[in-house]
Ligand binder design. Structure first.
Ligand code: NAI
Ligand code: MG
Length: 356
């Protein structure tokens, strides 16, 4: 098969890590008989420098015409003083909106060979961490009615959390579909003991679950979930939650795995096209030195193969190769212990390809 991938290298280490992921996908293509056409487009600071616009129309059009989008990272100190709408972050929000992406998926996986990087007690880490948080991305309190007003007690400010049945159903379906590709279990996280929006969330998740009789669903209150992630993270597989709870819990979960250089993410909407990127930023402090860890972006490519292109075996082959490379003790600088030999970005990529 032929697949068209729009590629946004972005700024800082973006070009190095994206190149790594492209090379790995090409190797997968050779092994499994697929052709990937990668079309590079500008976004972020580099796009502002070249065109005066951090998100040129051509970039949006190319992404809309693609099967899926791979992104490195955007931003850096050079563009920090620009007005809001010209900053690289504005382009990120803009591309998510243009592609209609309302579900943010963040896997948090602890590689057994890196278990010592886990900040949890060894007996907890040994049970393993392999979960994925499905966060609603375009609704809830971050987008609700807000303002300030005068009351008889002085000024007050308010933000409101509103979720419609439609919004909850569509994010629940993303989670249930994903659960079918994993352990067929979903934990839905809310605050239904207090919030009316959470009660509708819970009702709707369970109503939607009826379409997925093969998937087990249970609820957990968000304060308990924050505690359980630290107490026993191995109980979680697919987690679905609202925008704000997902924002907080996904950062908590990612830190359980010890390194930002290993974690991938996906943003999905209706249809199969998605935006895939590492969770880290453009790392300006190490840009151009060739020492960035490419694994987060390589694993983002694997997620794309699985979730957007339906290439499960191919995705698994990449994940397996990454696992083997780490198990052999090969390390980039960010995950090496003092005194250990380190690989450059391209050497790590070579090692993953060799394992494929
Ligand atoms: P960052 O994630 O870029 O860097 C934090 C620390 O982690 C740095 O010390 C960096 O060297 C290290 N690091 C990150 N990725 C690494 C990798 N693959 N290998 C080895 N080390 C790695 O976060 P920071 O410094 O807060 O932000 C830098 C720029 O990136 C900012 O302009 C920020 O706005 C932008 N950013 C962009 C994101 C995106 O494009 N989605 C997400 C987060 C930040
Ligand atoms: Mg956050």
């Amino acid at each position: 098969m032929n697949y068209n991938i729009a590629v946004i290298e972005g700024d800082g280490i973006g070009p190095e890590i994206v190149q790594a992921s492209i090379r790995v996908m090409e190797a997968v293509g050779v092994r499994f008989g697929h052709r990937f056409s990668f079309q590079k487009v500008l976004m972020g600071g580099c796009a502002y420098d070249a065109t005066g616009n951090p998100l040129p129309k051509e970039t949006v059009d190319t992404c809309l015409a693609s099967d899926s989008v791979l992104l490195g990272a955007v931003g850096g100190p050079k563009w920090d003083t620009l007005p809001g709408h010209l900053r690289p972050e504005a382009a990120l929000l803009g591309i998510r909106k243009a592609l209609g992406l309302y579900a943010n998926l963040r896997p948090a996986q602890l590689f057994s060979s890196l278990a010592s990087a886990c900040p949890l007690r060894a007996d907890i880490a040994e049970k393993g961490i392999d979960l994925i948080i499905v966060r609603e991305l375009t609704g809830g309190i971050y987008f609700g009615e807000r303002g300030r007003r005068q009351t008889k007690n002085g000024e007050e400010a308010y933000d409101t959390e509103a979720y419609s049945v439609k919004e909850i159903e569509r994010i629940a379906r993303v989670a249930f579909d994903l659960a079918r590709k994993r352990k067929k279990s979903v934990i839905s996280i809310d605050k239904a003991n207090v919030l009316e929006s959470s009660r509708l969330w819970r009702e709707t998740v369970h109503a939607t679950a009826k379409e997925y009789p093969d998937v087990a669903v249970s609820d957990m209150l968000v304060d308990n979930a924050a505690m359980q992630l630290v107490r026993n993270p191995s109980q979680f597989d697919v987690v679905v939650t609202s925008n704000m709870f997902g924002d907080i819990l996904s950062d908590e979960a990612s830190m359980l795995t010890g390194s930002i250089g290993l974690l991938s993410s996906a943003s999905l909407g209706d249809g199969t096209r998605g935006l895939y990127e590492p969770i880290h930023g453009s790392a300006p402090d190490i840009a151009g030195k060739g020492i960035a860890n490419p694994i987060a972006t390589i694993l983002s490519g694997a997620l794309m193969l699985r979730l957007s292109l339906g290439l499960e075996q191919e995705a698994f082959a990449i994940e397996n190769a990454v696992n083997s490379v780490l198990a052999k003790g090969l390390r980039t600088a960010d995950i090496a212990r003092t005194g250990e030999d380190t690989l450059t970005c391209s050497q790590m990529t070579d090692a993953v390809i060799a394992c494929l």
